[in-house]
Design a protein around this ligand. Structure first.
Ligand SMILES: Cc1ncc(COP(=O)(O)O)c(C=O)c1O
Length: 472
């Protein structure tokens, strides 16, 4: 069938990068170009409707976020939030002088978080919004490093060999932090006996050059909480034995917005004296669209003044501690909207619902037979499983992931970190929006996929290299 278009135009278009984009003839106006270069700025203008349609149509090819069970990041907000988002899309968070109300709301939000995380005096805490947990972790790590440097210099000791101690299952941001800021990363490997950082053997990893220990509330690989209180207790013991006073930064990217609501008795936050700072992602279980993180320090003295820049901008004098300069302010307003809209009880209800769905799914997946749960989704609403030893040599979790992908579900499989790299797990992140009904639909597809794979009478060819690339 002829498209009526010049077949020459399609030359050189492989499955990879195209060198041009075509305008759907339904939207092309008489005399308008029907093809635009993909990788060069077009020479001429397009009508706004045409440009919109091209971008809209291309973005449609992205995955369906509701079926993406790999991401922790919020993909849905209600109509009022969408209205606020559109109204505030032009606000630049750095223009605190021009947008003093947004700046005041930012302060209210992190003060609320300081309170939620049991800071002894939230008014004396200090915090900031960031573009996500990655920036928040960088700031938390930088404060640890600078405080250690100041103390070392004051004691006339060298500062050239800082190190940071954490589990081998940390999110990649901590690897980046150590690389970018020249801090030695000391990883405590996870094992079958010690599946997360729990204080075990910690004395072998810390020394006078340790700027801090990172504990994770919601390990990215599996969703489990690291027992921060046990880590703190071990550090207390180390201090009693050696005099080393080592602070903890809690990476609560996900868990810091679950634990306060659903496991209020668990002590992981500023109730533990040793916890100096905590980060979370507003855009994960904070229930806001992508582009928002938070970091809070227990009290102002923990954030060295010299890290705070006073920027003269638009006639004002503004203190900032951030890696970025300009960034969207709308997400901060959306966070405030969510805090007001849901309140403590609303967050509790929403998060508990996700936990219920996660535990339902975990139970059903365990009952299928071939799988062994790594955890059951009772910390954050995230859980992982592995294939039972000896179940089959015909297929792997990578194959199951591929079968589910063909039905639209993104359920990644990947190897665990050191010392468990021979263990492959598959993980589901339950977010608000993965309803019980969707979970039932997923289970149906999962059962069908398992039945198919179990019916194979020979092994599937494997191309596992492609899968190892999954980024946490
Ligand atoms: C434990 C942990 N820390 C940090 C991050 C990075 O967070 P963000 O994507 O908000 O930058 C993640 C993301 O998944 C995470 O799980």
């Amino acid at each position: 069938m002829s498209t009526g278009q010049d077949p020459q135009k399609f030359r050189g278009r492989g499955v990879g990068m195209s060198d041009s984009v075509t305008v759907n003839p339904v939207f092309a106006r008489p005399g308008e170009a029907t093809e635009l270069p993909a990788n060069r700025m077009p020479q001429e203008e397009s009508l706004p409707e045409t440009a919109y349609q091209i971008v809209h149509d291309e973005a449609m090819l992205d995955g369906n976020a509701r079926l993406n069970l790999a991401t922790f990041v919020g993909t849905w907000m209600d109509d009022q939030a969408n209205r606020l988002y559109a109204e505030a899309a032009d606000k630049n968070m750095i223009d605190k002088d021009e947008y003093p109300q947004t700046a005041a709301i930012e302060t209210r939000c992190w003060t609320m978080l300081a309170d939620l995380w049991n800071a002894p005096d939230p008014e004396n805490a200090i915090g900031t919004s960031t573009i996500g947990s990655s920036e928040a972790c960088m700031l938390g790590g930088l404060a640890l490093k600078r405080r250690w440097q100041l103390a070392r210099r004051a004691a006339g000791k060298p500062t050239d060999k800082p190190n940071l101690v954490m589990s081998s299952a940390v999110q990649v941001v901590w690897e980046k932090f150590c690389n970018y800021w020249e801090v030695e990363a000391r990883y405590v490997p996870i094992t079958e006996e010690h599946q997360q950082l729990d204080g075990h053997d910690l004395e072998k990893y810390v020394d006078e050059n340790t700027i801090g220990v990172v504990a994770i509330m919601g390990v990215t690989y599996t969703g489990t909480y690291e027992p921060v209180a046990d880590v703190a207790k071990k550090l207390d013991q180390i201090q009693a034995d050696t005099g080393l006073d080592i602070p903890i930064h809690v990476d609560g990217a996900s868990g810091a917005m679950i634990a306060p609501f659903c496991q209020p008795d668990l002590e992981w936050d500023f109730r533990l004296e040793r916890v100096a700072s905590i980060n979370t992602s507003g855009h994960k279980y904070g229930l806001v669209y992508p582009g928002l993180g938070w970091v809070v320090w227990r009290h102002k003295e923990l954030l060295p003044q010299e890290l705070i820049f006073s920027v003269s901008y638009l006639g004002g004098n503004m203190p900032t501690f951030a890696l970025n300069f300009s960034r969207p302010g709308a997400q901060v307003l959306l966070q405030y909207y969510m805090f007001l809209r849901l309140g403590f009880e609303g967050y509790q209800r929403v998060q508990q619902n996700s936990l219920d769905v996660a535990q339902f799914l975990a139970k059903e997946i365990a009952a299928l037979g071939p799988f062994e749960l790594w955890n059951d989704g009772s910390d954050i609403p995230v859980f992982a499983w592995r294939l039972k030893k000896g179940h089959t040599t015909n297929w792997s979790l990578y194959d199951l992931s591929d079968r589910l992908r063909a039905r639209g579900w993104l359920v990644p499989a990947y190897p665990m970190p050191d010392d468990l790299t021979d263990v492959v797990v598959q993980r589901i992140v339950v977010r608000n929006g993965l309803s019980h009904d969707l979970a039932v639909a997923l289970l149906k597809d999962l059962r069908t996929a398992v039945e198919f794979l179990d019916s194979l009478d020979g092994p599937l060819p494997h191309a596992t290299q492609a899968h190892v690339q999954f980024h946490h």
